[in-house]
Design a protein around this ligand. Structure first.
Ligand code: UFG
Length: 326
């Protein structure tokens, strides 16, 4: 198939683009390179340098003809979104409306969208099924929820076949593709940067959450398993329908447990300092992924936290400064 990967120079997008190429598809990456890296675009992919806020460029690109679209291009930092809600709503909602309008104008009707666990806010119970109430507590989560709502209407109105994948916490690496955010804000790569000697210590944000050790609990998922789910999702995208699937392993680890595991994997003491809570962080997010397991047969191959961190560590040792600059 001929597939467009919007945001294919970012962490998850590059892994999915690489996996699609390995599966024999033709891939075009569309990316602004604002957060993505040119060096993360897989060999063999065509590249279009463009922004999701540029409807004309999107429409021109899509008019080349595609069998499906993966849309990863978004702003995705919970804490930053609390300070900059306008930018998050414009890019995440406006950008996706542009993607869908460009698809509609060019007759492309299958879309896989990167949604998030952040739509659930503070859940009543864990693991969280897709039927749980959606009450985001950050502009980031609210922006992704608005898109999920929009996709439901677009499926009905335009005959779009859309699948929203609600990711929990993604980490690890696949092939030559890994996580390189600038600035880095995610727990696992930050812990590994301490082990590499790039930072003196790691801050633990909040030690008074209502959890057994007082730190936040998250469900960490290997990017390789997440990538595979995208191929299943595209195959399941039926024109006129919008499906929603949670993606996680169903096991929660506290910030302290993640740091302990990173210490075991790296053999480094990874010193920590206690810091205040970070705005927008729910205490516990753990997925029920029963729906995608049952309906699409998704099965994580690397659910073990130690494997996820070990793969991230191997990538970081191979690329200690991240991707080379342009
Ligand atoms: N944390 C620290 N210290 C740090 C960085 C993070 O204690 O230096 C804590 C956070 O407070 C949080 C946990 O580690 O409790 C995980 O934080 P991350 O920043 O790694 O990930 P988030 O849970 O904030 O967010 C990620 C994605 C979002 C997605 C969310 C869903 O970035 O896009 O998972 O669970 F919505």
């Amino acid at each position: 198939m001929d597939l467009l990967v919007i945001g294919g120079a970012g962490f998850i997008g590059s892994v999915v683009a690489g996996q699609l190429l390995a599966a024999g598809h033709r891939v075009t990456v569309y990316d602004s390179l604002v957060n993505g890296h040119r060096a993360a675009i897989p060999d063999g992919a065509d590249f279009v340098h463009g922004d999701v806020l540029d409807l004309d460029a999107l429409t021109r690109t899509l008019s080349r003809g595609f069998d499906g679209v993966f849309h990863f291009a978004a702003l995705s930092l919970v804490g930053e979104s609390v300070a900059e809600p306008g930018r998050y709503f414009r890019t995440n909602i406006g950008g996706t409306v542009n993607v869908v309008e460009a698809m509609r104008a060019t007759g492309v009707n299958r879309l896989v969208f990167s949604s998030t666990a952040a739509v659930y806010g503070i859940p009543d119970c864990v693991p969280i099924p897709e039927t749980a109430p959606v009450r985001p507590i950050s502009p980031y989560g609210a922006s992704k929820l608005a898109v999920d709502t929009f996709l439901g209407f677009a499926a009905e109105a335009y005959g779009l076949g859309a699948v929203s994948l609600r990711y929990f916490n993604v980490a690890g690496a696949w092939d030559r593709f890994g996580e390189d955010h600038r600035p880095e804000t995610h727990l696992i790569p930050l812990a590994l940067q301490v082990a590499l000697g790039r930072r003196p210590h790691l801050a633990v944000f909040g030690n008074d959450y209502p959890t057994p050790d007082g730190t936040c609990i998250r469900d960490y998922l290997h990017v390789e398993d997440l990538g595979v789910a995208h191929q299943l999702a595209l195959a399941a995208a039926e024109p006129g329908t919008h499906r929603i699937y949670n993606l996680g392993n169903g096991a929660g680890f506290s910030v302290r447990e993640v740091i302990e595991t990173a210490r075991r994997v790296t053999g480094h003491p990874i010193p920590t300092v206690e810091a205040p809570r970070r705005a927008g962080d729910p205490p516990v997010l753990v997925a029920s992924s029963e729906r995608i397991r049952e309906e699409l047969g998704w099965q994580p191959r690397k659910p073990d936290l130690e494997t996820i961190i070990a793969d991230a560590w191997a990538w970081m040792q191979a690329y200690p400064q991240g991707y080379p600059d342009e």
